[in-house]
Design a protein around this ligand. Structure first.
Ligand SMILES: [Zn+2]
Length: 281
């Protein structure tokens, strides 16, 4: 398999393991630095429709887990979506849209997972199952942690951009392949924890920019975001385990420290998360 972005067949294997499938390897293109799994055949039609991503399905727990991200995304987009018609692609449990409904003119969702239909009814969110079912154009289309799951992300971005109004924006959030725990601190335990069979591609600032460019669209900006605070990183390096922010965050993390740490990592391009705003040329 040659590189999806640049066509090069030169790659190196990254250290680490895919936590739920030890047969998969993690490749990094030597030409453009795109990170991708050695095989995609485990992702086929229907893969995302039936709780594959959320095997032990517990909606209350899922809502609790995503609430901090839902709020952060709402704060990030609140001015952009004011009185606008928005679509969230891969909307999960609908937590972001539930917040967004306070500001937006209308909210719609596109989600394959079938177990969440009831919650969408409760929130009053219009839910689509297939991109082909979309009947109108939107001011803002959001994709939070979706792109890395798609076997052909360019095709999806192109299709979505055809559902964008003139002057409309697409917001894409993805995990950063240059995450400091992988490429700066080189945590062995984290590299055996973070890779997942559902994440077919991982992008950094450069490869995300190139992906959008190849869709004949324009990147307005790419912002570096650090979702996990310093306590989480220290815990990985000290204890080789996740969730350090829940153990040490109370006495270690503050808004000032988290902002400063985010800025330091951003200056290196090594935050854990990237957000891009995209528009038509
Ligand atoms: Zn490449």
């Amino acid at each position: 398999m040659s590189c999806y972005l640049c066509g090069s067949s030169e790659f190196k294997y990254r250290d680490g393991e895919v936590r739920d499938n030890k047969e998969l390897k993690i490749k990094e293109c030597q030409e453009c630095s795109l990170v991708y799994l050695s095989d995609f055949s485990h992702v086929d039609e229907g893969f995302y429709e039936d709780s594959n991503m959320h095997k032990s399905f517990d909606l209350a727990r899922w809502n609790k887990e995503t609430d901090a991200d839902d709020k952060r995304r709402y704060e990030f987009t609140r001015e952009l979506i004011k009185n606008k018609e928005i679509l969230d692609f891969g909307s999960g449990n609908g937590g972001y849209l539930n917040y967004a409904s306070k500001k937006a003119k209308s909210i719609s969702a596109l989600e394959l997972e079938t177990a969440i239909s009831e919650q969408y009814k409760e929130y009053g969110i219009e839910l689509f199952r297939d991109i082909k079912d979309l009947v109108k154009k939107y001011d803002v289309i959001t994709m939070f942690h979706v792109m890395e799951h798609l076997p052909n992300p360019k095709e999806m971005i192109k299709q979505l951009s055809s559902n964008l109004k003139e002057g409309g924006k697409i917001i894409i959030e993805v995990p950063n392949s240059d995450d400091a725990l992988l490429t700066l601190y080189e945590s062995e335990s984290f590299s055996k924890f973070t890779y997942w069979s559902c994440h077919l591609f991982l992008f950094n600032e450069k490869t995300l920019q190139e992906l959008v460019h190849q869709c004949a669209l324009k990147v307005d900006y790419i912002k570096h975001i650090q979702r996990y605070p310093l306590s989480n990183h220290l815990y990985w390096l000290s204890k080789d385990k996740p969730a350090g922010h829940q153990k040490w965050g109370k006495f270690l993390d503050s808004d000032a420290l988290s902002d400063a740490y985010e800025n330091s990592l951003a200056s290196l391009g090594k935050t854990d998360t990237l957000i891009a705003q995209i528009s038509k040329i």
